[in-house]
Design a binder for this molecule. Structure first.
Ligand SMILES: [Zn+2]
Ligand SMILES: [Zn+2]
Length: 275
């Protein structure tokens, strides 16, 4: 549901999606019930799933594998990793990959970059999701940026139905540990993973240092890199988007790179792009 309460911004008008507000508001509210459901095992499940969905699903899968093709894995493994990414509740793979490719193609352009940092911290962090424009959120428009994925019947299905995966996943959590596991594994984990991912679009385009002099404002932000398993070395990434390793200096810890190396050692990751 998109209502017509519009926010004028120059010549452009953006409609606030109350469905999106209600969805993110409800998940945040449920996450705030965490103190009443605390257990050490629930906290452990939350941390494990934050790594699994964040580092493996989003950083390794959606980002370095599907968006930038910085390495290759067998198709069956690519589907498993993409499905883990879809469980992170950051949209379907075609949407995520297409909007991120727009971000790289038109970095910080106020109209063409979906989460342009020039429009302010909160816009690039999360407001771009609350004011969904047709250009970035309408499938027939954004699919042009991910034709490789759009040709694949499984990715088209996953792009439409990623939300449905939450049902068996929620039931699994409930079966394993009751409401403690559901609140921590689904709601607390979603909120923490959303904000850590979003910090790359907001904070890592505003704060931090640069290894490379670029036209955009991308920065390396050490604490964001720790929260996002290496994605916070964002200036390195904008300088060399197709390189599988985001950390360049010895102390730029890149946890997702460790997983790519592990897959490579097992013979599962091939054609790893390096500098
Ligand atoms: Zn960026
Ligand atoms: Zn990227």
């Amino acid at each position: 549901m998109t209502i017509q309460s519009t926010v004028p911004e120059g010549k452009h008008r953006f409609a606030l999606s109350w469905t999106t507000v209600a969805f993110f508001g409800a998940v945040h509210a449920l996450a705030l019930s965490a103190p009443w459901f605390f257990s050490w095992s629930a906290l452990g499940v939350m941390i494990f799933l934050h790594w699994l969905f964040g580092s493996i699903g989003i950083c390794l899968g959606y980002h370095r594998l599907l968006t930038h093709r910085s390495f290759q894995v067998p198709k069956w493994l690519e589907y498993i990793i993409a499905t883990i990414g879809a469980l992170a509740l950051q949209g379907g793979p075609i949407f995520w990959v297409a909007t991120h490719r727009m971000h790289h193609a038109y970095t910080e352009d106020e109209k063409k970059d979906p989460y342009s940092a020039r429009r302010g911290f909160w816009w690039s962090h999360m407001l771009w999701l609350f004011y969904p424009s047709d250009e970035f959120f309408n499938y027939s428009n954004y699919k042009r940026f991910a034709p490789d994925l759009d040709r694949d019947v499984y990715y088209r299905w996953l792009n439409r139905n990623f939300l449905l995966l939450q049902i068996p996943f929620g039931l699994l959590l409930y079966g394993l540990g009751g409401w403690d596991f559901v609140i921590y594994g689904m709601f607390v984990r979603s909120v923490l993973l959303w904000h850590s991912t979003w910090l790359i679009n907001s904070a890592a385009h505003l704060r931090g240092y640069r290894n490379f002099s670029l036209d955009d404002g991308s920065r390396n932000l050490w604490w964001a890199a720790l929260l996002t398993y290496g994605e916070g070395w964002h200036n390195n990434h904008h300088a060399h988007p197709n390189v599988a390793k985001a950390g360049q200096r010895w102390w730029e810890i890149d946890v997702t790179w460790w997983a790519i190396q592990a897959l490579n050692t097992l013979g599962l990751a091939q054609k790893v792009v390096s500098r």
